[in-house]
Design a protein around this ligand. Structure first.
Ligand code: NAP
Length: 246
């Protein structure tokens, strides 16, 4: 279904990004996997992906840095000749109630989760416009829609990603480029493992499907959005949250 396509996944070494990279490889895409600090995990992912018979380029880059993000996309283009799919997955949390939130915790979350998405979009747009095709998939979050106490910085960034997704979809629709966002709910990864049992119970009480999500729940949607089956879908924010944001 994605045979021969070039897919760039940011923050691919772990969690949701890793699952998306593996899913894309199973569908035949060549992968550019980006990591920032998880080198060991990135190398083990590279091996797993190659075993699936696809070509892989591993790029260390901090996507919050404009030049790093630009180089990541240019390296993908140079290696594979096109960039067909960009998944803006990399993200961080620095949670805290607003009265105790440090300025640097606000700034860093915005730099990575919002500016980082812009940086990659800015780099890939001229390539996709020239190709007259492309799929951009941004990782938002349920809390970018609902808000969440203790995550003002993260929610602001994710709400920004939603605005960016819709704006870019409007700008690039006439160029054959689809831009969508996924809004995951509570997905079991390192990011959510940090939460205490009490907080997890409170989240569970609001999930109609009565289970936390798996990384593969998100990867399935990312595969659909990257495929031609989703060619008439753009500017959408699609929740994968067990019904949490209803
Ligand atoms: P994760 O396991 O913590 O993985 C996050 C990834 O982002 C890591 O691989 C990390 O790379 C990468 N990253 C962080 N800062 C980066 C930077 N400056 N440059 C490049 N890569 C960077 O988290 P996850 O749960 O899979 O989250 C993936 C995405 O889904 C995030 O955008 C997150 O906000 C979103 N999301 C997650 C949930 C959830 O419940 N888990 C819910 C809603 C949305 P290194 O490890 O190499 O540093």
């Amino acid at each position: 279904m994605l045979k021969g396509k070039c897919a760039v996944v940011t923050g691919a070494a772990k969690g949701i990004g890793r699952s998306i990279a593996l899913k894309y490889a199973k569908l035949g895409a060549n992968l550019v996997i980006n990591y920032r600090s998880s080198e060991e995990e990135a190398i083990s992912l590279e091996k797993e992906l190659k075993e699936l018979g696809v070509e892989v380029l591993v790029v260390k880059a901090d996507i919050s840095n404009f030049n790093d993000a630009n180089n990541l996309i240019l390296m993908a283009k140079e290696r594979f000749g096109s960039v067909d799919i960009l998944v803006n997955n990399a993200g961080i949390t620095r949670d805290g109630l607003v009265m105790r939130m440090k300025e640097e915790d606000f700034d860093r979350v915005i730099e990575v989760n919002l500016k980082g998405v812009f940086n990659c979009i800015r780099a890939v747009t001229p390539i996709m416009v020239k190709q007259k095709s492309g799929k951009v998939i941004n990782m938002a979050s349920v809390v970018g829609i609902t808000g969440n106490a203790g995550q003002l910085n993260y929610c602001a960034a994710k709400a920004g990603v939603i605005g960016m997704t819709k704006s870019l979809a409007r700008e690039l629709g006439s160029r054959g480029i689809n831009v969508n966002a996924i809004a995951p709910g509570f997905i079991q990864t390192d990011m959510t493992n940090e939460l205490g049992e009490k907080a997890k119970d409170a989240v569970m009480a609001n999930i109609p499907l009565k289970r936390f999500g798996n990384v593969s729940d998100v990867a399935e949607l990312a595969a659909f959005l990257a495929s031609e089956s989703a060619s008439y879908i753009t500017g959408q924010i699609i929740s994968v949250d067990g019904g949490m944001s209803m």
